[in-house]
Design a protein around this ligand. Structure first.
Ligand SMILES: Cc1ncc(COP(=O)(O)O)c(C=O)c1O
Length: 304
């Protein structure tokens, strides 16, 4: 990780190396936090933060659902992120806001602990590797099930819930794959450890619904719009494991992963074993939009 200069902590800019928290931080022990992952891109019009307002709204909704107090409005959070990017001179990279319970209480009721809001940013290249973005990655269906929505809220980026993703990711990597695909408790496809899944079958595109236990990804939403703009049919549908093996094309979407083709699942080649035409179309359009190489969807680019 390449450090930047300053981290925003409850409204104060703190040097990167001094952004330390007490051992008895509630969120460290019990995962009582919600976070966002956001990307900033260099464009001909200057640096923009992609769909920043949508990310901040999701953070606020998640913190409300988990009763994690956030005293800042969406607009204040948007302004704070832009400030952090500007003050660090970040031209392109990743932004991590995190709302969590700090010190002051160790009981399971966190309400007496200090509410914290921290925003950091740093340069970050492709998440699943340049080679994966070009030629597709190898995915393994995880032996771990996506935590059920009766046990937590997959739709909020709650820090504690990510132990599930971390287990699945490590299992896949240790077995020699690039990423995990998690099924839900009904055995239906949910999502990758940190990405949503899209499947192409006979020219139509499908993605699991929120009810399959996924995070409603902001990239997923952008990709659905890009597909419809391009005249493709895209719909939410419950997806089985064999649907995945039978797919003509598969790809993952996420702020970190952007649009990453999948060339193999469980040692079965997907389609012709390399990124197909619809995957390529989405990938090229998505990158052109985030990098401001087209005037389309300027409303998604929030310039700093
Ligand atoms: C579990 C999970 N699913 C999906 C996504 C993709 O969401 P987004 O496109 O909003 O980054 C992420 C990334 O944040 C994630 O962690």
């Amino acid at each position: 990780m390449e450090p930047t200069k300053l981290i925003w902590i409850n409204g104060e800019m703190t040097p990167w190396e001094d952004a330390n928290f007490h051992f008895l931080t509630h969120g460290l022990h019990y995962g009582t936090g919600v976070f966002e992952g956001i990307r900033a891109y260099e464009t001909p019009q200057g640096t923009e933060v992609f769909r920043l307002t949508d990310h901040m709204e999701r953070l606020r909704k998640g913190s409300k659902a988990y009763w994690i107090p956030v005293k800042y409005s969406t607009q204040e959070l948007v302004d704070a992120v832009k400030f952090v990017v500007r003050e660090n001179g970040l031209v392109e990279g990743y932004i991590r806001p995190l709302a969590f319970f700090g010190g002051g209480s160790m009981g399971l009721n966190p309400q007496a602990a200090d509410p914290m809001l921290v925003i950091a940013c740093w340069p970050w290249g492709t998440y699943l590797g340049d080679e994966g973005v070009r030629n597709g990655i190898r995915v393994k269906v995880s032996s771990w099930r996506r935590i059920d929505q009766n046990s937590f809220m997959p739709n909020a980026k709650g820090t504690g819930g990510y132990l599930n993703s971390v287990l699945a990711k490590q299992e896949a990597l240790r077995a020699g794959y690039d990423e995990a695909l998690l099924l839900n408790n009904d055995g239906m496809v949910s999502e990758g450890s940190g990405e949503n899944l899209f499947l192409v079958s006979n020219g139509d595109v499908f993605t699991p619904p929120v009810a399959s236990g996924i995070l409603a990804g902001i990239t997923r939403d952008s990709v659905m719009t890009i597909l419809r703009d391009g005249g493709y049919e895209v719909s939410e549908r419950v997806i089985t494991r064999s649907d995945v093996y039978f797919a003509d094309e598969l790809f993952l979407t996420g702020t970190a992963a952007e649009v990453t083709p999948v060339r193999e699942v469980d040692d079965r080649e997907i389609g012709i074993g390399k990124p197909g035409p619809i995957t390529r179309f989405v990938q090229e359009r998505y990158m052109a939009i985030v990098k401001g190489e087209t005037p389309d969807h300027d409303e998604w680019r929030e310039y700093v």
